[in-house]
Design a protein around this ligand. Structure first.
Ligand code: SF4
Ligand code: SF4
Length: 295
């Protein structure tokens, strides 16, 4: 199964809207599974108007300190050892704030009474959702306040590979930025599609996204979204894309219909069928470049 990751250095560039409609266009010619790797704010199923969950798996990729009250004498050595200030002494016993604890084990090593152990905690989940378009989405969700988003992304990818076994392609919607969850989503992919917005911050973040794909040795292509809001920066994106040998896959003008489509939980390709040729054109280019095998 080929793997294409959609990313954008900057949030709000339209990545999930574009991923949803691209998935539909691809699904007309190929078997596909989607992976929502934006585990801090998964919304691909929302954009596709899909709620039909068919599988759920609790995920545990993080450890936290856990105190055995019976062994604790309230000496406070663990509190002194915790640089994250996750421990307080209350009524003669150590208490852990699990939202602050990083599971570093320093308190456990400092405790003279062997009263602290690290325990695995459930810090996220992965779900599989059936869409009305004949393909499934595997989506990850990191629990509020928890760390370990990159590991949750890795679990989502593994689940997508299992459920999508036999599919031609997996299309993943990455988080915004270039942090750990994005690296986990893009590394090992066959191709990266970078959604770039022509604003000063959008241009700067797109440069970082391209550099990240270069480091990960993943070839990339660019979709310029809302290109009409700043033609000058759009031209800068095109120039940079040429320098980096990263082809422009599509240019999409600013269109309020994208917002109305989101409000209606309808992919733009369905909401405004004029967009069908644009997304089909992206699939054509991916086939021409042999990123997806033409059928
Ligand atoms: S170091 Fe151990 S005994 Fe002392 S307060 Fe912490 S948990 Fe309790
Ligand atoms: S495991 Fe580390 S972060 Fe958590 S309470 Fe112990 S010392 Fe603090």
């Amino acid at each position: 199964m080929r793997w294409i990751s959609v990313l954008s250095g900057k949030g709000g560039a339209g990545k999930s809207s574009i991923t949803a409609s691209l998935a539909i266009a691809i699904s007309k010619r190929h078997t596909i599974i989607c992976a929502d790797c934006d585990v801090d704010a998964p919304n691909l199923a929302l954009v596709l108007g899909s709620d039909n969950m068919i599988e759920r798996e609790a995920l545990s990729t993080s450890m936290k300190a856990d105190i055995d009250e019976k062994k604790c004498n309230g000496c406070g050595k663990c509190k002194d050892a915790c640089t994250f200030e996750a421990i307080t002494i209350e009524e003669g016993k150590a208490m852990i704030n699990r939202h602050i604890c990083e599971g570093c084990k320093a308190c456990s090593l400092a405790c003279p009474n062997d009263a602290i152990q690290r325990k695995k905690i459930q810090n996220g989940e992965a779900v599989c959702i059936e869409t009305a378009y004949g393909f499934k989405i595997v989506a990850g969700q990191l629990a509020p306040g928890e760390s370990g988003s990159g590991k949750i992304v890795t679990k989502v990818r593994l689940m997508a590979e299992r459920i999508g076994e036999g599919c031609d392609l997996a299309l993943s919607d990455s988080s915004a930025g270039i942090g750990c969850p994005v690296i986990a989503s893009v590394s090992g992919s066959d191709y990266a599609i970078i959604v770039a917005e022509p604003t000063p911050s959008g241009f700067s973040d797109m440069k970082r996204a391209i550099e990240m794909t270069e480091i990960l040795k993943v070839p990339s292509g660019i979709i310029i979204n809302k290109h009409s809001i700043n033609p000058m920066i759009s031209d800068k994106i095109i120039t940079l894309a040429k320098e980096k040998r990263s082809p422009i896959l599509a240019k999409i003008g600013y269109d309020k219909d994208f917002i109305d489509a989101l409000v209606k939980r309808t992919p733009i390709i369905d909401f405004q069928p004029n967009y069908k040729p644009l997304f089909e054109g992206i699939v054509d280019k991916l086939e021409e470049m042999k990123i997806i095998e033409r059928r």
